[in-house]
Design a protein around this ligand. Structure first.
Ligand code: COA
Length: 181
């Protein structure tokens, strides 16, 4: 029996995680097994080697995306990982905003490319990445597909897609030396 239906709006803030988020980032036990890696990545954030961005909704970090700022720094590639939105708030645009915020951080820090990996069977995430302009970074091997997106404005064609590359690894090599913010 339905007793009421109504619509509600919410506002979200995307910001770096702070120490008070660490337990909440476990999402009520869903990621408690990752406590050590959450703490480790937060320590890396304090050393400016990583960044955890959260989408705070009603005071709770309901979405998160982690940025690796060091692993591929020498090839000007920023890495996105641990990207997730809490189940009941998926499909509302939070994920796309988190990726946009991640890319903005990479651009501000002089990265030429954003890169991530996705399970080949994760159709929903793959669709989202495709819509946001990510294309295969290299030939797939194993269950994960590496995707990348050039963050250099000149690489983006009129419809938001990159022009064809003859390198076979379109995002792997920046066309010119990056500038650092
Ligand atoms: C992948 C994930 C992070 C995306 O987050 P999200 O907040 O649901 O993403 P968005 O809402 O921005 O976009 C997702 C879809 O919702 C749709 N959408 C966007 N705004 C919407 C709205 N206002 N109403 C309804 N649907 C909407 C988008 O069109 C998109 O559809 P698509 O998948 O066909 O492209 C989320 O689904 C998730 O946490 N999945 C589990 C973990 C995971 O797979 N992570 C990725 C690992 S690589």
């Amino acid at each position: 029996m339905i007793t009421d239906t109504f619509e509600a709006t919410f506002s979200a803030i995307i910001r770096p995680a702070h120490e008070g988020d660490l337990v909440a980032l476990e999402w009520f036990g869903q990621f408690t097994h990752d406590r050590a890696i959450i703490e480790h990545t937060y320590l890396q954030q304090q050393r400016d080697e990583a960044l955890i961005l959260v989408a705070e909704v009603q005071g709770f970090p309901s979405g998160q995306v982690w940025l690796d700022l060091t692993r591929k720094r020498d090839t000007s590639i920023g890495i996105i990982w641990a990207f997730r939105v809490i189940d009941c708030l998926q499909g509302l645009g939070i994920g796309a905003r988190l990726i946009a915020a991640a890319e903005a951080v990479f651009v501000a820090r002089g990265f030429a490319t954003s890169e991530l990996e996705v399970d080949v069977e994760n159709t929903r995430a793959r669709n989202l990445y495709s819509r946001l302009g990510y294309t295969p970074a290299r030939v797939q091997s194993g269950p994960y597909l590496a995707l990348c997106k050039s963050l250099i404005a000149a690489d983006v064609g009129p419809e938001g897609s990159r022009p064809p590359s003859d390198s076979g690894a379109p995002c792997a090599t920046p066309r010119y030396a990056p500038t650092f913010a």
